[in-house]
Every structure is written in structure tokens, then in C-alpha cells.
Design a binder for this molecule. Structure first.
Ligand SMILES: [Zn+2]
Length: 338
């Protein structure tokens, strides 16, 4: 049993969970971020972006509905506009990347619980067969016949490839790529093709991302569609002009389709090194009013940065009761519990 599972099992046995939930009265906005809802065994690409199976997501949403005050995109934006109205813990659900399973799987589950979420899309990928850089990298690592990959760029790293479980190797290669600041994607891809002996496809056989029509349908049903830039490049590694273009192009595409949450942005990758004060300025100047990061943390009333709205990540395998405990512990401690 993992430490997290053990802690939550103990907490529920001794009644600590109920106690925490009764005293967890700090006014805080807790924003969850998911990427994909799928069964890992069905995924030929990067499984690390799957944070729940359909059944787990259904259970988690049921728990949120019963135990928490969940806000949809409109209320979430109201809180960010007027943080003084935040009087007790509120939870919001967000998704990054716009994968097709967000529409096909998550959307009906959310509706069945009467919940709404905000979905951030990289507008270049909407409705397309294109593979993202992390899915292309994952494909090469999942399909290589080599037992180790000698990466030469952006730094020298040797990654061991386990025959049966490729997920740790995928994670390690992605980490090496991201550590390089995303400077030269093509050079990294060519190097990885040589190192793995695998050609990296540009496109998948099936559509990977939900379409504009589907996005409009989701907004009509109370969901929100926000921006995740245009092509999902890490903003801090780009020139000022490229950063502005990434922000502006996406803002324009959402505006053109009258999507109501196009003034909300989520920084690609979202770690503290993925955006800077300069990035925040570009986001503001190109018409965004709020921007979400992704490196943990909850937003306490009175301490909300509208261009660094904190979100907490999800983990595949976390049960609804473990999530319940994590949220209660975070809301009572005033910071992300783990
Ligand atoms: Zn993303």
C-alpha cells in the first residue's frame, strides 16, 4: 500500500477525514487539472498524461458532487474577478490539451453528475490527427527495439528501456527534452529517431483532439473552452514576438468562434520555469484576463495572482476517497497537501 493510500485509509478509520472536512474552512480555490481520461492499455502514445480511467473519473466526480462545493467555468471566473467573494473552499475541474476523450468520455460523465469543467485547448490541434511532441516522443520510446537510448541533445543522457514497462523511460526522455527549454524541436526529434531506430509519425490514424463543433457543443452545455496557446510550445523558451504570436493566435481563434472563455489561458507544461513575468505581460497584452499554471498549490483568498492561478495535478490510480482526503488536508492546511 502506498503512503498516500495508507494515510487516507487510517484517516477514514479514525474519523480524521470527517473532522478535517468540518474544520477545513479556509477560503480557498482548489483547481484540479486533468489531461486524458482513458484506459492506459488502449493508448499507443504517452500514457503519463492519463490521470484517470473512465470509471475512476466517474467515482471522483461523484465524490466531488457529494462532498465539495464545485464551481463551473462561469463561477470560477467570477471568483477570479472578485476574490473577496471567496468565503469557503471551492473546487474547480479543468482539462489541458483538448484530447478527444475529453469530449467523448469526460464530458458525458461530468454532465451525468451535473458538473461543469473548463477545457484549455492548443488551437492548432483542435480537430486534428496531429501528434503532439510528447506523444511523438512516447511513440519512439514505446516502439524502439533497443534496450537503451543514448541521447546527445540537449545534453548527454543514457536512458534504459525496460522491455515490458516503457512508461518510466518515456518520462525520462520527456524530462530530458523539457530540460533543454524546448529550443530546437526538430534537432531533438532527428536525434531521437537515430537513437531509437524508430521513425516518429507526425499524425495518428485516428483524430486525437476534439473538434470546433464539439467545443461549441460543450460550451452550450455549460462547459468552458479556454486557450492553451496555439501550438503548445513552452513559452519561456520563445522570443518575445513568438510568445505574443502563440497567445494572440489562440485568443483570435477562440474569439472567432464566439467561445466565451477565450480570455482564460493555461500555460503549456505550466511549471514555474515554463513561463516568466515577461510571459505574463504578453498574456495580458494579447487579451487574456486570467492564466493558470500547473505546479501544485491552492489559491487562498487574498493571495490570488490572476496570471498564476495555481492548480493541482491528478494521479492515475488515486481513488475517490484518497482524493477526498487530499482535498480536505489541502483545504485545512492552506496549501497543496502532497
Ligand atoms: Zn498541455
Amino acid at each position: 500500500m502506498s503512503r498516500r493510500a495508507l494515510a487516507s485509509a487510517l484517516a477514514s478509520r479514525v474519523g480524521l477525514l470527517e473532522l478535517l472536512e468540518r474544520v477545513a474552512l479556509r477560503p480557498a480555490l482548489i483547481v484540479l487539472v486533468y489531461h486524458r481520461i482513458a484506459r492506459p492499455e488502449d493508448c499507443a502514445f504517452d500514457r503519463n498524461v492519463i490521470e484517470a480511467t473512465p470509471d475512476q473519473f466517474d467515482e471522483q466526480m461523484g465524490m466531488l458532487r457529494r462532498r465539495h462545493s464545485v464551481v463551473g467555468p462561469a463561477e470560477l471566473r467570477d471568483i477570479l474577478e472578485r476574490p473577496s467573494t471567496l468565503r469557503h473552499p471551492r473546487v474547480a475541474v479543468t482539462f489541458d490539451d483538448g484530447y478527444r476523450d475529453n469530449y467523448a468520455v469526460a464530458f458525458p460523465i461530468l454532465k451525468s453528475h451535473g458538473l461543469q469543467a473548463l477545457f484549455f485547448v492548443p488551437t492548432h490541434f483542435v480537430g486534428s490527427l496531429d501528434l503532439t511532441w510528447w506523444d511523438r516522443i512516447a511513440y519512439a520510446v514505446r516502439h524502439t527495439k533497443r534496450s537503451e537510448l543514448r541521447l546527445e541533445y540537449p545534453s548527454s543522457v543514457t536512458v534504459r528501456v525496460d522491455g515490458s514497462n516503457r512508461d518510466p523511460a518515456v518520462k525520462e526522455v520527456l524530462r530530458a527534452f523539457k530540460a533543454g527549454g524546448h529550443a530546437d524541436e526538430l534537432r531533438f526529434f532527428e536525434m531521437l529517431e537515430r537513437a531509437s531506430g524508430e521513425a516518429m509519425p507526425r499524425e495518428a490514424r485516428e483524430r486525437q483532439f476534439f473538434s470546433w463543433d464539439e467545443a461549441v457543443e460543450m460550451e452550450r452545455a455549460g462547459m468552458g473552452i479556454g486557450s492553451h496557446t496555439h501550438s503548445h510550445r513552452i513559452l519561456s523558451g520563445l522570443s518575445a514576438e513568438e510568445q505574443r504570436r502563440e497567445c494572440a493566435e489562440s485568443r483570435g481563434a477562440l474569439r472567432e468562434r464566439n467561445l466565451a472563455f477565450g480570455d482564460c489561458l493555461a500555460y503549456p507544461v505550466g511549471g514555474p520555469e515554463a513561463f516568466s513575468d515577461e510571459t505574463k505581460r504578453h498574456a495580458r497584452d494579447t487579451g487574456y484576463r486570467f492564466a493558470f499554471s500547473n505546479y501544485g498549490g491552492i489559491n487562498l483568498a487574498g493571495r490570488i495572482d490572476p496570471f498564476d492561478v495555481k492548480r493541482i495535478g491528478m494521479d492515475l490510480g488515486e481513488t475517490a476517497s484518497q482524493l477526498r482526503f487530499r482535498l480536505a488536508a489541502s483545504a485545512s492546511a492552506g496549501r497543496a497537501a502532497w
